[in-house]
Design a protein around this ligand. Structure first.
Ligand SMILES: Nc1ncnc2c1ncn2[C@@H]1O[C@H](COP(=O)(O)OP(=O)(O)O)[C@@H](O)[C@H]1O
Ligand SMILES: [Mg+2]
Length: 393
């Protein structure tokens, strides 16, 4: 995914709760841990010098253990909390310098929140909940219901418009919550652990649907979770937090390949890496290169030198064309045949951006290495059973 401009960012945001803040700040600056600061001063460091940029139109996931400051960060974004120091900037505007009118406009039209605990109005039906934001803005009934219908349909709740929200399952209520947040056409959707209360199967459906909706509407989403699989599944960019500090920000692939420290490594080790890494991350360079036009002598020599019983043969553009096996090559040399005459064509190749989870069956069912190719079909490397297996631990 291309890197866009940022829509929302934090600059040196610190949030402290409780007494003795200047002493707490001194201790933090001297490298103390959040825990020690609390014990000594009674002051909680919810956020410490947080700098981050949220790219427009992407899903930015914040992950961390409980108490690491995720919800505080979300509350700073929509100004439910004021940072002790530092700035929150939305499209160039310092959120904490907005006057009442600007703030109302910001919360109504720019940034919307979806809560874990749904927060629906139980005396209203689905349509009434979804259209509420438009009602507050004074949109006429027929118009707001038409718009609400569109989002109700987008979250898969057609036919449920007149159901009371009390009768809905958790997953359906969260769909209502998402439709309600989208109806004002906000630029940013804040989602604080939106799926944590759902059972795993419903949760998986909701994750996938949110991805589809986001890709369709290109909204900026700030998605909070404490589940690394969810973070990697949803996130274009993932920010890992610990004790109020940002530990690392990167794509799932970058975090998997280069975890900044043991905390990140521990998180990532609990994740299913095969769903993040692609064959590009594990492919190896073929030790032996044989082309269609090579002599059989050369092909046999190459295989012997490299101790291989088979080799992927390429054309001059480095497109894989087939497998040559040592036994057949030796026979062919006796018979005076060329490589194209004895090549086994129809070999398996996988694209470089294939997830390992998708490549596993192809590679493990094959008795020889699989070619990895780019968009134009040019060979980039090979994957073997051994390279797949070593990526799993
Ligand atoms: N209103 C508050 N008063 C005092 N401490 C708070 C308040 N809100 C959050 N905290 C503390 O700030 C830290 C970060 O909390 P929070 O942002 O809710 O973390 P997370 O969402 O990652 O679990 C925690 O140590 C929490 O106890
Ligand atoms: Mg929280």
């Amino acid at each position: 995914m291309e890197q866009n401009e940022s829509i929302l960012r934090m600059e040196h945001v610190t949030k402290l709760y409780g007494p003795n803040r200047s002493e707490a700040i001194k201790m933090m600056k001297n490298g103390s841990e959040k825990e020690a600061v609390y014990k000594k001063t009674g002051c909680t460091v919810a956020l410490w010098d947080v700098n981050l940029e949220i790219p427009k139109g992407q899903i930015f996931v914040i992950i961390g253990l409980s108490g690491s400051g995720k919800s505080t960060a979300v509350r700073c974004f929509n100004r439910l909390t004021t940072p002790t120091s530092g700035k929150v900037i939305f499209e160039g505007r310092n959120v904490h310098e907005m006057d009442k009118k600007e703030l109302l406009e910001y919360r109504r039209n720019k940034i919307s929140m979806v809560f874990q605990s749904f927060g629906l109005m139980s005396h209203r039906d689905v349509l009434g909940n979804v259209s509420y934001g438009l009602e507050v803005k004074g949109v006429a009934q027929s118009k707001r219901e038409k718009i609400a219908e569109e989002f109700i349909s987008m979250v898969g709740l057609n036919g449920w418009e007149h159901q009371s929200c009390e009768q809905l399952s958790g997953g359906m209520r969260q769909r209502v919550g998402i439709a309600r947040a989208l109806v004002n056409n906000p630029e940013v959707l804040l989602m604080d652990e939106p799926f944590s209360a759902l059972d795993p199967l419903v949760r998986r459906d909701m994750q996938f649907e949110l991805l589809q909706i986001q890709r369709k509407l290109k909204k900026t989403v700030v998605f909070i979770t404490h589940d690394i699989d969810e973070a990697f599944k949803m996130g274009d960019v993932v920010c890992i937090m610990r004790d109020g500090k940002v530990v690392q920000i990167g794509t799932p692939e970058e975090l998997s390949m280069n975890p900044a420290d043991d905390y990140v490594r521990d998180f990532i080790e609990s994740a299913d890496k095969t769903k993040v890494l692609t064959v590009r991350n594990i492919m190896i360079t073929p030790s032996c290169v044989v082309r269609l036009g090579d002599s059989m002598d050369r092909a046999i020599l190459e295989m012997r030198r490299n101790n291989l019983s088979s080799v992927i043969v390429m054309d001059n553009e480095l497109h894989p064309k087939g497998m040559l096996f040592i036994g057949e090559a030796i026979q062919a040399r006796k018979d005076g045949k060329t490589i194209p005459q004895v090549l086994q064509t129809g070999i398996n190749a996988v694209a470089e951006d294939t997830l390992i989870s998708d490549a596993i069956s192809i590679v493990t069912e094959s008795s020889y290495p699989i070619a990895v190719t780019d968009e134009s079909g040019t060979m980039l490397g090979i994957v073997t059973k051994a390279s797949i297996l070593s990526s799993l631990n």
